[in-house]
Ligand binder design. Sequence first.
Ligand code: KIV
Length: 296
Amino acid sequence: MSSQPTVQAPSDPGRLPTTLPLLMGKKRLGEPIVMVTAYDFPSARAAEAAGVDLVLVGDSAATTVLGYDATTPVVLEDMLVLTRAVRRGLRTPLLIGDLPFGSYEVSDEQAITTAMRMVKEAGCEAVKLEGGGQASVSRARAIVGAGIPVMGHVGLTPQTATALGGWKAQGRTAAAAARIAAEALALQDAGCFALVFEAIPSAVSEELMPLLEIPVIGIGAGPATDGQVLVFHDLLGIRDGLGPRFVKRYANLQQEMNAGVTAYAEDVRMRRYPGPEHTYKIDPAEVAELRSLLQR
Ligand code: KIV
């Protein structure tokens, strides 16, 4: 038996892939739906090993892995590269690709073209778009009409956070909450298979949930939604600072990574690494022959 630790936990071979009817079944039965973001092969393997239901390659990639301070700069080509890597790491969760800012707003045709690229070139099974205004609802309807399942996203929509007054909770007045309700219902009517509620008061989610027939996944929307989503880097602490109030941290990987790389750097500087166990061997007779070859 090898003494090497298992790097990738295997997925449960008996687990069935998530389908849209399976998701609806979970909603009907009141079984919580688990969604997480992923941006590369290792994060996809972690999601697979944990047996989550849905994986989103979020445009949060802009901040988590690409180093931007907002989601708006990420482009479709970035999303395609990241999503392909996630695809290679997943077997059972349904893979949803976020449509990045600027890749779907211009027209229904643009939205369909972008969604098709996410499906054909990156292996997505569904796409997500932000907003519940007239344009977003039209884009969602068009993409669904082209045969691609769409997840809607209302409340705090980071791509248009500036227009919403910044990165802050939404729906905190009756009128604002009623607007979110209208947007959610319009997206459901457009054929979305599920919705994300982001950063809205729990009491608002509680009022809206009975109105919706499709699964709703919350992030900072309280416990009433059908499921929860967190950003991979937030829940594992792969970031500086604590992040938004709704984040629960399950590990402190940034600290562990910093400590690991610091220890490695120290080992190299102190000539403690590499040790004999990290080197390849060669027959001394071959070394002697090499020496004579080099002297010629
Ligand atoms: O981009 C993202 O990670 C998201 C989730 C927060 C839902 O949209």
